[in-house]
Design a protein around this ligand. Structure first.
Ligand SMILES: Nc1nc(=O)c2c([nH]1)NC[C@@H]1CN(c3ccc(C(=O)N[C@@H](CCC(=O)O)C(=O)O)cc3)CN21
Ligand SMILES: O=c1ccn([C@H]2C[C@H](O)[C@@H](COP(=O)(O)O)O2)c(=O)[nH]1
Length: 283
């Protein structure tokens, strides 16, 4: 929580205004932030200075792991967070590659679970990583990437958290996640949860202890219409102690994640938080 608040304060105090053409809004921006989550010691990085809808964040990461590319599938899992990008962005609505209502196109897991090979065919990057890690193999390239510049025109948004690199040291699993662009009031609130859950789940299904997750953010910003609630409300509040995340120990394989896991398999213990803040969302 402290590292999140420090980043928010840094943007407010030192950020520079940058015009964003895609959203037609100005963003107060800093470059580079490195956050670390101690998954092994269950230091769940949940924001306490406002109510966090953490289940929605977990639904997003489950959808990515399943390779979903339709906002209706995300809604069925328990989050509406992709509705606007799928259905309200004029550039995407005008894109001939959009396959109709709720289509998000070739993004995130849809790419990572079927990454096109230059020689034809696809690779399921996630399945390969799970297979390697389950056998205790770390080939120093256990990288789940969602980044394919040739596919940008086929999706509603380029992936923000675009790469997750897993590493084994002995029986402990580590994760380095990289994010190119970060909406700190809204997106990061979710992304911290997702990096944490991704390492916790991958350790659980591959039979390892979770270690630390390292989250690198390149462009960290606050949109112009989010600045006042962040500076004048959220940053005036004192954080509470972090809660604990509990994951159903019956989740034992990637198949389990693909077939029966729901948000009921996750719970949070001891979550004390301040009131909700509704931040504006830039489509
Ligand atoms: N501008 C922007 N910021 C983002 O963070 C973002 C995008 N676009 N587009 C793609 C995804 C969608 N994400 C979203 C979308 C909506 C919320 C949101 O509205 N959150 C509210 C309530 C969530 C709920 O009730 O489920 C919040 O208060 O956190 C969060 C992340 C993250 N990503
Ligand atoms: O997981 C996510 C997904 C998206 N975001 C934010 C970061 C930006 O504010 C927008 C994406 O806009 P681009 O013009 O494609 O950079 O969404 C996030 O923080 N986390």
């Amino acid at each position: 929580m402290k590292q999140y608040l420090d980043l928010c304060k840094r943007i407010v105090n030192e950020g520079q205004w940058v015009n964003n053409a895609r959203t037609n809004k100005k963003c107060l921006t800093v470059i580079n932030a490195d956050l670390v989550y101690d998954v092994g010691n269950n230091q769940f990085p949940l924001v306490t200075t406002r109510k966090s809808f953490w289940k929605s964040a977990i639904a997003e990461i489950l959808g990515y792991l399943r390779g979903y590319q339709n906002a209706a599938d995300f809604r069925a899992l328990g989050t509406k967070t992709w509705d606007a990008n799928a259905n309200e962005n004029q550039t995407w609505l005008n894109n001939p590659n959009r396959k109709g209502h709720d289509d998000m196109g070739l993004i995130y897991g849809a790419l990572g679970r079927a990454f096109p090979k230059p020689t034809g065919g696809h690779v399921d990057l996630l399945q390969q990583i799970v297979d390697d890690l389950s056998q205790g193999i770390d080939n120093r390239g256990e990288i789940l990437t969602f980044y394919h510049p040739g596919a940008f025109e086929l999706g509603c948004l380029r992936p923000c958290m675009y790469e997750h690199h897993f590493s084994l040291l002995g029986d402990t699993l580590y994760l380095n996640s990289t994010q190119r662009s970060c909406d700190v009031p809204l997106g990061l609130n979710f992304n911290m949860v997702q990096v944490y859950v991704l390492l916790a789940l991958m350790a659980q299904i591959t039979g390892h202890k979770p270690g630390k997750a390292y989250h690198k953010i390149v462009n960290a910003h606050i949109y112009e219409d989010q600045l006042a609630p962040m500076r004048d409300v959220q940053l005036t509040r004192e954080p509470f102690d972090p809660p604990k995340l509990i994951i159903n120990p019956e989740i034992k394989s990637l198949k389990d994640i693909e077939t029966w896991v729901t948000l009921d398999d996750f719970s949070v213990e001891g979550y004390q938080h301040h009131d909700a803040i509704q931040y504006p969302f830039a489509v």
